[in-house]
Write a protein that binds this ligand. Structure first.
Ligand SMILES: [Mg+2]
Length: 205
């Protein structure tokens, strides 16, 4: 049977981290630390801002602006280094690769054709795989769990926590890679591709 692989989009294929980092440094004049990135991804921003003595009000206002900006800039995101090549490799190996992403069509009172934006982005970046966009995290998780996948790759460990036991969860996340012992974790497409194709074991094709 064909191996079915489910991929998250933002943070796995589209480089939201790079976008955030640029937006942050335009605002604060310096790059965000890995700890801050980790706190944002892990929803620990309030606790983290207390720890380092940052004004949580200012930080959370900044995050609101950022989320709005990200929502209207999805077509400007860069692909993550190696994502296109990695996906091509998986397809060459005969795998069935699909995207399952939480990308709502409304944010902050703005409504946009999220499907068309996403479709054009994939085409412009030379990535040709089917995608399913969910309006809620719950809908995304359902779509993965009922999709008969062998793997799901995500940068959000909370999503992986809700994946059915039949699917192997894989974490793709720079900041959480070192800290997460629960899942197989990668921070580069090169390593991820090796893992998914079984190459790191030196297995024959
Ligand atoms: Mg993501």
């Amino acid at each position: 049977m064909k191996k079915r692989i489910s991929l998250d989009c933002d943070g796995v294929i589209a480089d939201v981290r790079g976008f955030f980092s640029n937006y942050f440094s335009n605002h604060f004049g310096e790059r965000p630390s890995e700890e801050l990135m980790g706190a944002i991804i892990g929803n620990r921003l309030q606790k983290y801002s207390q720890e380092i003595g940052l004004d949580y009000g200012e930080l959370s206002n900044f995050m609101k602006d950022y989320n709005q900006k990200l929502f209207t800039s999805l077509s400007d995101l860069e692909p993550i280094k190696g994502a296109r090549e990695g996906i091509e490799k998986l397809l060459q190996e005969g795998m069935d690769v699909r995207v399952n992403s939480y990308r709502p069509s409304v944010y902050g009172g703005i409504n946009q054709d999220i499907k068309q934006i996403t479709q054009e982005w994939f085409r412009e970046n030379g990535i040709y795989i089917p995608f399913a966009l969910a309006e809620s995290k719950k809908a995304k998780i359902d779509s993965i769990n009922y999709g008969r996948y062998s793997f799901h790759v995500d940068d959000d460990s909370a999503i992986l926590d809700d994946i059915t036991f039949k699917i192997e969860p894989i974490l793709f996340n720079q900041e959480l890679k070192q800290k997460n012992r629960k899942y197989s974790s990668f921070d580069s497409w090169k390593e991820l591709t090796k893992y998914l194709t079984g190459e790191q074991y030196g297995s024959e094709k």
